[in-house]
Write a protein that binds this ligand. Structure first.
Ligand SMILES: [Zn+2]
Length: 262
């Protein structure tokens, strides 16, 4: 049941963003959708299949199990239903922010995470472009965090929907007027903010790591307000992969096992 809720929410938000991108795009895309979308959506379908066959519901089940056994911070020191949901969502969001930084700094994890960054454009389909091993490692890490926190099971479902929806939103190629973007950024990560993280400029790639709320980047001083190049023309991706055409599905799956390109 919880996997149906998660999948329906993800598909609904994805469809809204695709329509919004079509009606009000932020950038003219130089790489055709027909080159990128089959790869990105193929990876998404592959990952959904792999997770369903392995441990797709593990996050929720680990929260239920932790509650049954009294494991974790919030199960030892209960704070009330609503507060425990808010604390869980905030702590998990910060945990994912930390994981994202480590994915960039630790070469072993970067091998997997670079698959996400080799996209030559930036739109809602970029949000689902992840190597299946990265998805699996993320799940193991998430389960550890959930048990340590003693996360509320409902909060875990809410968090997964929020994280997924936020990632789809902040990767999308939608045009938000600058004045509204500026206000939204005090709470959320907007596409203009996260696009900087997908810049080919290394100092910009090493910034704006957050997924849902923007405060972690501001508090931890990883926030960059604007890219060096204009948002509408800045190069997206990783420099070593810009010289060639979009990588195919199989090459992306094998990419982590090849020599790292500088
Ligand atoms: Zn990244």
């Amino acid at each position: 049941m919880e996997s149906i809720i998660r999948l329906s929410a993800a598909l609904g938000i994805f469809c809204i963003m695709i329509i919004w991108e079509y009606v009000q795009p932020r950038r003219v895309q130089r790489v055709a959708r027909k080159q990128r979308w089959p790869v990105n959506l193929g990876l998404a379908a592959f990952n959904v299949g792999v997770m369903r066959l392995t441990f797709g519901s593990l996050a929720y089940l680990s929260a239920v199990s932790a509650a049954d056994h009294g494991y974790g911070l919030l199960n030892q020191w209960p704070v009330g239903e609503w507060l425990s949901i808010i604390v869980t969502v905030l702590l998990l969001d910060f945990a994912i922010y930390c994981q994202h930084i480590v994915s960039h700094k630790w070469p072993l994890l970067w091998r997997l995470h670079q698959v996400h960054h080799t996209d030559l454009e930036f739109d809602a389909t970029t949000a689902v472009r992840f190597h299946p091993l990265e998805i699996m490692i993320s799940m193991v890490y998430k389960v550890l965090c959930i048990v340590l926190i003693g996360a509320n099971p409902w909060a875990v479902i809410a968090f997964e929907i929020i994280l997924n929806g936020a990632a789809t939103f902040n990767h999308s190629n939608i045009n938000i007027p600058p004045a509204i973007d500026k206000k939204l950024r005090w709470l959320l990560i907007t596409p203009d903010m996260h696009r900087i993280h997908h810049s080919t400029v290394p100092t910009e790639t090493d910034s704006n790591y957050g997924f849902s709320i923007s405060c972690w980047d501001r508090l931890c001083r990883t926030y960059v307000d604007q890219p060096l190049q204009p948002q509408t023309t800045m190069a997206i991706g990783l420099k070593p992969f810009r010289q060639q055409q979009e990588l195919g599905f199989v090459r992306l799956l094998l990419l982590p096992f090849k020599a790292l390109r500088k």
